[in-house]
Design a protein. Structure first.
Length: 337
């Protein structure tokens, strides 16, 4: 059904007010193509999944196409792995729970990430030492402007840290309708991340199962990330920046406890943006209707009555302050529409 002047406020996790000029849903490739043919050529449009990584202004002068493509289909099973094709509109966490229940290893560390399966390749979702690129076989969808059905294999997707071809060359040109994953049937758990190890210890678990890892991740996430059903947010607002080893050495001499991780390129070091924002004095600060979460400084929040532009102003102030204090530019992770 196509609706005019439709509020999408409660279809996003920030819950900022926004009215879309036109709103429509699709549940198959055929219904998506039908809709796309009706969008006037000069009118903008975008696909909305779970709305957990987007920030809207009060008015969207275009078409919002809400993805409801469902279905989980086993494609192949061998003694060691299983290949599963999943509709892009399935809820990511429900798919994780399905895999955990069935003994499919590989995405348990990505438990409780909000949003849809179809958005998971867009920024190559990641948490606790795992990225979704590690298990994606291929991404299927509709290519624009031809409406051709295409499959992109893992290597075609140019996955990087919070990045993929869908955020670059194919931005607005490819609508994902399903994702195919290969998961392991053999026990292989990733418990490298310090917080997972300490949580398992607290849970007094020495030989964790697939379910234990999923529970541990859920416990960690619930202890620091705000629940979007209670307080509006979109997870990390910024990406963790990577700086040169030279820049890192000079910062480390001023801040000997500066946390850091290996960067994705040699000669680069990744710094937690949450640490920079906290050190700059922003953690827990409120500005009108928006603010910085008190348990995780990388998460910016809407206290309920805010509008998108207030949060954008706050994010710019933080970026400027971090730049002045550390000479590091923070880049937004959230898609600002
Ligand atoms: P949306 O917000 O609906 O869309 C995001 C972008 O993708 C938009 O540009 C949209 O147009 C595009 N898009 C969506 N679906 C499609 C499609 N089918 N085809 C083409 N384009 C599409 N992310 C992490 O990586 N790791 C985390 O640990 C994490 N934790 C979070 C915790 C919280 C509390 C919240 C609120 C968010 C968190 N996120 C995290 C961010 C978010 O959950 C992910 O980015 C998620 O994949 C977004 O999915 P979505 O369906 O909500 O996408
Ligand atoms: N830190 C602080 N103060 C803070 C927050 C963090 O000092 O307020 C420092 C601490 O040193 C902490 C370190 O930052 O040890 C890392 O913090 P955390 O483990 O919470 O992870 P993060 O780097 O802040 C990233 C992802 C999250 C993901 C977690 C777990 C990005 C941008 N964010 O956050 O993803 O869940 O790691 O793997 O990479 C998201 O993308 O929306 C998201 C939530």
């Amino acid at each position: 059904m196509i609706q005019q002047h439709f509020s999408i406020q409660h279809l996003t996790t920030f819950k900022f007010p926004c009215t879309a000029e036109v709103f429509a849903t699709f549940d198959s490739e055929a219904s998506l193509i039908e809709l796309l043919k009706q969008v006037p050529s000069t009118t903008p449009f975008m696909v909305l999944g779970g709305g957990s990584n987007v920030l809207f202004s009060p008015k969207y002068s275009g078409w919002i196409l809400h993805n409801r493509c469902k279905g989980i289909t086993l494609q192949n099973t061998s003694t060691s792995s299983v290949t599963i094709k999943v509709g892009a509109g399935e809820t990511w966490h429900d798919f994780v729970l399905y895999c955990v229940e069935n003994g499919y290893y590989g995405i348990e560390n990505l438990s409780l990430i909000p949003g849809t399966v179809g958005a998971s390749p867009i920024q190559n979702i990641g948490a606790y030492g795992v990225e979704v690129k590690d298990v994606i076989e291929s991404v299927e969808g509709i290519s624009l402007p031809t409406f051709e059905r295409k499959t992109l294999y893992n290597k075609d997707c140019c996955f990087g840290y919070r990045d993929s071809i869908f955020k670059k060359e194919l931005k607005g040109k490819f609508i994902i309708t399903s994702v195919t994953f290969t998961l392991s049937l053999q026990k292989q758990l990733n418990t490298e991340y310090g917080a997972i190890q300490s949580t398992l210890k607290e849970m007094q678990i020495e030989q964790p199962t697939l379910k234990d890892i999923s529970h541990a991740v859920i416990t960690i996430r619930q202890s620091k990330l705000p629940d979007p059903s209670v307080i509006g947010n979109a997870g990390s607002f910024f990406k963790n920046p990577e700086i040169t080893t030279h820049h890192f050495a000079s910062l480390q001499s001023q801040f000997p406890t500066l946390p850091h991780y290996p960067g994705s390129r040699s000669e680069y070091i990744k710094i937690p943006a949450g640490w920079l924002i906290e050190k700059a004095g922003w953690k827990g600060k409120r500005k009108g209707n928006v603010g910085v979460h008190d348990k995780q400084a990388l998460v910016l929040v809407n206290y309920g009555e805010g509008i998108g532009s207030e949060l954008i102003s706050l994010s710019k102030e933080i970026q400027q302050d971090v730049w002045e204090k550390f000479s590091i530019r923070l880049e937004a992770e959230v898609n600002i529409v």
